[in-house]
Design a protein around this ligand. Sequence first.
Ligand code: ZN
Length: 355
Amino acid sequence: MKPKLEELKVGFLAALDNVKDDQGLEELRVEYLGRKGKLGDILKGLKDLSVEEKKDIGAFANTVKAELESVFKRKQAELAHELAGAKAQDEWIDVTAPGIAPEPGHLHFSTQAIEEFVDIFKQLGFVRVRHPEVDWDYYAFEALNMPKGHPARDEWETFFIADGDKVMEGEKGKMVLTPHTSNGQVREMEKGYMPLRMMSINKTYRRQADVTHVPMFHQLEGLMIDKNVTLAQLKGTFDFFVKRFFGPDREVRLRPHHFPFTEPSFELDISCNTCHGSGEFEGNRCRMCKEGWHELGGAGMVHPNVIRAGGLDPEEYNGFAFGWGVERCMSMKSGMNLRDLRIIYKNDIRFLKQF
Ligand SMILES: [Zn+2]
């Protein structure tokens, strides 16, 4: 039996030498040292030997077995080491290399304009408030001196919300996506604190989209209500804003107009940055403006009917209101050359990065 064991050992060592990977190693283990392996086969013969022989051969067999297991383990460790070395070569990283910093973002073009508005009007005591973007027809039109069927309603390309004409008790009737932020006027007066100076800056919606209109845009609505408010205060407020937002060289102009919710009413104009209000540039008609001016928004002294809708006595209180589109106002800033307002909401990073 001893020669068989010697032979087995030689065969095992030779085979082990040729093993290249874990799989080969495992196959070899099963073939020689496994439960049904070659060593086990030989040892089965032990039971047929005499007691003396068993002692002798058994001891020898154990030595061989221990020796095989020992070299097997050494080979296993060698392979693991080789594998780790190969991995280290393939997956090497330089932990001292500088990191890749994520690109910092910034506030959207429109948000920046809104923050600027808030900062400017805050200096005059105006407080930013918010009112619903989906509101009752009552606040968007009726309370603003535009009863149902009033022709002026058509000027606002309004989105109506289908509510099945269900009007709950105490509610004000059909809903709209606010076509202007003027819905905040009566809502704010209803709160009942006087005097009030508010700026309501919110999203507004109209059914129109072209180079100068986006269906969702932002509007600023300013409202001041107190006793003995004058038109001069309106003009002063507008002038204060324009000089700070557009620059100290810009002039303002109030041009008579008509709105249902103000009386008298005005269009708010600012002088052209190119021709400085003259309408002429380098001997020619200025191509940037209409006779020296740009129209920014609308304003006026709050109509007595609107004051009344707000629960106040128009004999006691009066005030002024003004409003304009945030995007339009931003596009009129010096150096701005926006040919199509719709780009503001196209999420084109190349455009947005510039502000
Ligand atoms: Zn001009």
